[in-house]
Write a protein that binds this ligand. Sequence first.
Ligand SMILES: CC(C)(COP(=O)(O)OP(=O)(O)OC[C@H]1O[C@@H](n2cnc3c(N)ncnc32)[C@H](O)[C@@H]1OP(=O)(O)O)[C@@H](O)C(=O)NCCC(=O)NCCS
Length: 361
Amino acid sequence: MERINAVITGVGGYVPNYILDNEEMSRIVDTSDEWIMERIGVKTRHILKPEQGSGTSYLMTRAVKQLLEKTQVDPDSIEAVICATTTPDYHFPSTASLVIGNLGLKNAYGFDMEAACAGFLYALEQGASLITSGRHKRIILCGGDHMSSMTNYQDRNTCPIFGDGAACVLMEATTEELGLMDSYLRVDGTGYEHLHMAAGGSAQMPSHESVDQRLHFVYQEGRTVFKNAVTKMSDAVETIAKRNGLDKDNIAWVVPHQANIRIETAVARRIGLDESKVMINVDHMANTSGGTLPLCLWEYEPQLKKGDKLIFTAFGAGFSWGASYLIWGYDGAAEAAKSPAEFYKEGTISREEWNEKRGVH
Ligand SMILES: CC(C)(COP(=O)(O)OP(=O)(O)OC[C@H]1O[C@@H](n2cnc3c(N)ncnc32)[C@H](O)[C@@H]1OP(=O)(O)O)[C@@H](O)C(=O)NCCC(=O)NCCS
């Protein structure tokens, strides 16, 4: 019997249109464009304002809607929707159930996956398992976060880092040698004290005190997280590259979690990869947590070619991290060209502007 692989066959995305730049950030906390650019590499981030909408389902519904319009697949053929997010709309029901309901997907079930910034990486592996087992043929994987909902805008150590956004991929069965080939995923359980949101869960229920103490926001020890992110993402990329015979000459793209420009370039250096082969959007999207990997695919889609070898890598709370090797399934430029022109209308950056920014013509 031929081996079934799980291949990505389309990408959709959405970012809200409000842009919070470093100039505005420096009026909110004691910081500067210079400091943020030097230490983090973020110039602007998209923020979902309450008057526009709320919840991660708002972002993901728009991303999936665009994916369905672009790919023209029958919505009734979608069998499952997995949403990787740390900012679900509610503890329950799941964000996936809201997205499915908003879009009227009649034959799908869905669930959320919480693995912080590594969420989409894990979703790729879980989604591929559903496909390669032969149980499903067509599913959607979403990654995204409404990070501004848990960002403390009184804490200059964390607030410049995060932004809001979501993107998604269509994953389908194929017998071609394409799609997710290998994953190396880990959690070590040592990360709580360095990166967490203390209250609001079952360990520390919401209370007047927890609100007064601002415990419903991200707490992060930047330096420890930084060191672990660089080491663990680099190790994971090296491991996945070695065991699949990948090196700087045959890797088309590394798709790293967008936490800090210095982390991304350090990972590229470790495997001797030219920085032009590293997808980067942290400069104008910031860290969208579960959204960073699929948002990279969304923006770089026109440059992706069938057969390109990609390594994804991510690191997040837990600590959770890993790397995956995927062979890209279609010619992105052709797909982007035949997509309805207006599909970027809800974002602030047009396809043309993105292409210009990335040097794609
Ligand atoms: C957060 C991060 C940018 C901080 O950069 P850093 O170089 O480690 O800076 P430090 O935390 O050591 O702080 C250095 C100084 O800058 C100050 N500082 C912190 N944030 C600042 C800001 N926004 N503006 C100006 N100064 C700031 C600190 O108060 C500190 O001052 P001090 O020396 O007088 O105490 C960096 O550690 C980082 O990117 N960490 C990883 C973040 C991440 O990836 N998170 C998500 C994981 S999934």
